[in-house]
Write a protein that binds this ligand. Structure first.
Ligand code: C2O
Length: 555
């Protein structure tokens, strides 16, 4: 293993999409951001220099950050923001992971344009547990707003209502030919016939779960969130914000050039249907010439003459449930499934929407006329501190910054999937759960249907977890655990909690630090669907969090 150095200059850049030019925040002027490549075991040293007027932090989504919590990146959780003109070096080692992850800004809504892929290759001399691909390609799905995104979120916060939806989804930053002037803004993937391509698929969208499909082709899924899975065939990928999948695409044995469309579109159970229900289109282009000399992008053709592959309906919940149930960890002797078999601490969390009162002297357009939208875990809507929790904890200054009384169960149980309680108000606080080092945890997350049937793709920092069960309706603590998969559950860092359903996960708290857990739908984070775990140091030196780096920003 080696040390790899990267420099991220955070700069604004003018970019034209959907016929308008807009100034966006980028890494090194690139949108999406540059890819960073590691081999398992490598140390990554990434210097981030902030040249914009906004505060910045960057999160390395899915990286385990074993004893390197100072490099995790969520603002006010593990670090204070990097202020204008300042820099910070993220320093971490890639341990026990291989596949695709990604990085994104982790402050306000800046991740809308500040994101990029993390490619983790197997160790030198190690191979993939599947056919060696001819080529590897990253496919990043995103969202684009014509308006300034910070203005969109600020307006939502001020009115207490839902935010304006995006103007288009994107594939590798391109919206495709959804407007006449945007047909040159189409992502094109050139392929050779009869080859296997490894597609590294990332859902970087702010607020939408997505389906992805290529007309007349099928995929083999081999990896989820940088963990190998038992391969399975599918023609449509379901992917929630934050999630990644490695998928194999075997191209057809064609003898003449051909073009096919790829498409991504939303999965949403929200009853109101307030979302961008358009489909983003990209192009798969076969090039059968031996040398590849002919430039097929010069071909004149009408992209609208190609047929858009039919995606599942936007509310195809049965498809999604069936699709996710096919994800099983590879679980062989080389890559064993280390799901905790005995559990020391059990938790039951509800996740869902709720309300806060409308502040005096403000007019709110939120639910029930005069409230603001809120979101919560166990009815606690997390209040962002003004200093970083990890620093406060490490230097023994936690008092007045956070409390450690996060409830292990909902305080007032109710029928989570039936008639919601009359009182939709949440309580507000910066509450953590404290876990002794190495605790084995089982967490059942129940999605409520209060104020809208929304799914919540839940992301845990600092750990992978095993998805041992999922179901619809209210979780039954007597009968449902008997059906848990403790043999080959998928291991990942983000899992979709179904609206009016539940998932059960297990993990081992072997990483000391403060670890954020939140819905990866950005508006739900904003509304407070977030909490944090405080994992204490262990007895031995190699079980303790080292001191912070000297350049750690102050608030
Ligand atoms: Cu990908 Cu806390 O985020």
């Amino acid at each position: 293993s080696v040390t790899k150095h990267y420099k991220f200059n955070i700069r604004v850049k003018n970019v034209t999409r959907l016929c308008r030019t807009k100034s966006i925040i980028t890494v090194n002027g690139e949108f999406p951001g540059p890819r960073i490549v590691a081999r398992e075991g490598d140390r990554m040293v990434i210097k981030v220099i902030n040249h914009v007027s906004n505060n910045i932090t960057i999160h390395w989504h899915g990286i385990r950050q074993l004893r390197s919590g100072w490099a995790d990146g969520p603002a006010y959780i593990t670090q204070c923001p990097i202020q204008t003109g300042q820099s910070y070096v993220y320093n971490f080692t890639v341990t026990g992971q291989r596949g695709t992850l990604w990085y994104h800004a982790h402050i306000a809504w800046i991740r809308v344009t500040l994101y990029g892929p993390i490619i983790i290759l197997p160790r030198q001399n190690e191979s993939y547990p599947f056919v060696k691909p001819y080529k590897e390609v990253q496919i990043m799905l995103g969202e684009w707003w014509n308006a300034d995104t910070e203005a969109v979120i600020n307006q939502a916060i001020q009115t207490g209502a839902g935010p304006n939806t995006s103007d288009t989804y994107t594939i590798n930053g391109f919206p495709g030919p959804s407007k006449n002037c945007s047909s040159n803004e189409t992502y094109r993937l050139k392929v050779k016939p009869g080859k296997t391509y490894l597609l590294r698929l990332i859902n970087a969208a702010l607020n939408e779960e997505l389906f992805f499909k290529i007309a007349n082709h099928t995929f083999k899924v081999v990896d989820a969130d940088a963990n190998y899975v038992k391969p399975f065939e599918t023609d449509t990928i379901y992917i929630a914000p934050g999630q990644t999948n490695n998928i194999l695409l075997k191209t057809k044995n064609l003898s003449s050039n051909a073009k096919f469309l790829m498409a991504a579109g939303p999965y949403s159970t929200a009853a109101s249907g307030t979302f961008d229900n358009t489909t983003v289109i990209g192009l798969l282009e076969y090039d059968v010439s031996v040398s590849g000399a002919k430039n097929s992008s010069a071909d004149s053709f009408n992209i609208k003459s190609l047929s858009v592959p039919p995606l599942p309906r936007f509310n195809a919940t049965a498809y999604v449930a069936n699709w996710t149930s096919q994800l099983r960890s590879l679980g062989n002797s080389r890559f064993p499934t280390n799901v905790p078999q005995t559990i020391q601490r059990r938790f039951f969390f509800t996740v869902g929407l709720g309300t806060n009162p409308c502040p005096k002297n403000q007019t709110c357009q939120g639910p029930n006329n005069a409230t603001k939208f809120a979101a919560s875990v166990n009815n606690v809507s997390f209040v962002m501190p003004t200093t970083a929790l990890l620093q406060a904890h490490y230097f023994g200054r936690g008092k007045g910054v956070y409390t450690t009384d996060f409830p292990k169960n909902p305080l007032v149980p109710f029928n989570y999937t039936g008639t919601p309680p009359n009182n939709t108000m949440v309580t507000n606080g910066t509450k953590l759960v404290v876990l002794p080092f190495n605790t084995t945890v089982e967490l059942v997350i129940q999605g409520t249907t209060i104020l809208g049937a929304e799914n919540h793709p839940l992301h845990l920092h600092g750990f992978n977890f095993f998805v041992v069960g999922q179901g619809f309706g209210n979780f039954n603590s007597t009968t449902d655990p008997t059906k848990f998969n403790l043999f080959d559950p998928v291991e990942r860092n983000t899992v979709g909690v179904p609206s009016g359903g539940w998932v059960a996960i297990r993990f081992r708290a072997d990483n000391p630090g403060v670890w954020f857990m939140h819905c990866h739908i950005e508006i739900h984070i904003t509304w407070g669907l977030r909490m944090a775990w405080l994992v204490m140091d262990g007895k031995f030196p190699n079980q303790r969090l080292p001191p912070p780096p000297a350049d750690l920003p102050n608030c």
